[in-house]
Write a protein that binds this ligand. Structure first.
Ligand SMILES: Cc1cc2nc3c(=O)[nH]c(=O)nc-3n(C[C@H](O)[C@H](O)[C@H](O)COP(=O)(O)OP(=O)(O)OC[C@H]3O[C@@H](n4cnc5c(N)ncnc54)[C@H](O)[C@@H]3O)c2cc1C
Ligand code: FES
Length: 316
């Protein structure tokens, strides 16, 4: 995988917010637009690539809107940029518009909720490698957990637009129905046809939902739903490719399923990232060295965040 080494192509750029819509209890979709050099750099953004947002000067919401469990965290200063991947990219009239799906978990994401149309945010990116599509695959299986949905929505769009001949199906999991980071309702007929989620359906991609508490779709982990589906599908492993993004425990299970069934698999890994550009070494991912018992540490920001599942050493 070629690394994204060209410093000139990754800014920093200023992006202007066009919308910041709340889509769930703590979920938002931030839409931003780039012009000139920023538009050029982000026009070819690959699904799974990410960017570092500077949110240091973005104000906090009023104290009445800060969830109780984040009151202490809200007081923390934002010293470092924060990494986010993208759920959509649209090129229009020399502008590049991108969407970020985000969940409010701490001081930076709390601040993000106060961004509104016309505000600008400073961004370094695109960073990292992104997902890639090997030749000869007939079916892409997209397995998402929680906020991992963003880059896989972008991938669904790219696969269906650019790689005719590959069918995609998505498996989306969350703890509860309320924690599924999707919007849009589908009519009953679409649901019966297997199009559970409107956001995948608009690319013609079927989807299955799984919730840990059974409040929507399959009751149980999305990996169980995925495994059952694979058992029924009877497709040859070599024709398929799995793409997955979500919590590490889920990724470990997806890697196990892929290995057992001999299916190629790419995982988007998450690490705390200080610099995002390969300097600070804070984002190490332990990887196997081909054909030996040795391991090496690769940088999630520069060597990833997408890795071949066979490489990763998961801590049990
Ligand atoms: C490549 C990449 C892409 C990402 N894409 C998205 C996205 O599309 N949408 C989204 O909502 N979030 C995404 N994240 C996670 C996002 O960067 C964090 O949620 C954000 O930095 C949290 O900042 P905060 O100040 O609000 O909370 P913090 O106080 O920094 O963190 C809150 C809690 O989340 C944990 N946490 C924060 N960042 C990470 C991380 N990178 N890995 C593991 N645990 C973490 C912390 O340990 C802490 O418990 C991505 C992360 C990476 C590395
Ligand atoms: S975040 Fe600094 S090296 Fe990866």
């Amino acid at each position: 995988m070629a690394k994204n080494h060209s410093a000139a192509n990754r800014g920093p750029f200023n992006a202007v917010i066009s919308a910041n819509k709340q889509i769930g209890q703590r979920f938002y979709r931030l839409s931003l637009g780039f012009e000139s050099a920023g538009a050029k750099a982000f026009a070819k953004l690959k699904p799974g690539q990410f960017a570092q947002l500077d949110l240091a000067d973005t104000p906090l919401p009023p104290s009445k809107d800060i969830p109780e469990d984040l009151v202490d965290a809200a007081r923390r200063k934002i010293l470092l940029r924060r990494p986010f991947s993208f759920s959509d990219v649209i090129n229009k009239d020399r502008k590049t518009l991108v969407d970020i799906l985000y969940r409010v978990v701490g001081p930076a994401t709390l601040r993000m909720t106060t961004l509104s149309a016309g505000d600008s945010v400073n961004i370094i990116g695109p960073l990292g490698n992104g997902f890639w599509v090997p030749r000869g695959k007939k079916q892409a299986l997209l397995v998402t957990g929680g906020m991992g949905a963003g880059p896989l929505l972008h991938l669904a769009k790219v696969l269906t637009a650019d790689h005719h001949g590959i069918e995609a199906i998505a498996f989306a999991g969350a703890k509860t129905e309320k924690e599924l980071p999707f919007e849009g309702q589908l009519d009953e007929i679409s649901q019966e046809l297997g199009f559970s989620l409107a956001e995948f359906a608009r690319y013609g991609v079927e989807s299955l939902v799984a919730t840990d508490d059974g409040s929507a779709g399959f009751a149980g982990p999305v990996t169980d739903c995925f495994s059952e589906w694979l058992g029924r599908a009877g497709l040859a492993g070599k024709d398929m490719i799995i793409y997955s993004c979500g919590p590490e425990q889920m990724l470990a299970k997806v890697a196990e399923i892929a290995e057992k069934r001999n299916i190629d698999c790419q995982l988007s890994m998450e690490r705390m990232m200080a610099c995002g550009i390969g300097i600070c070494q804070s984002c190490a991912v332990e990887c196997k060295v081909n054909g030996s018992s040795e391991t090496v540490y690769k940088m999630c920001c520069e060597d990833g965040p997408v890795f071949d599942a066979k490489e990763i050493v998961f801590s049990s």
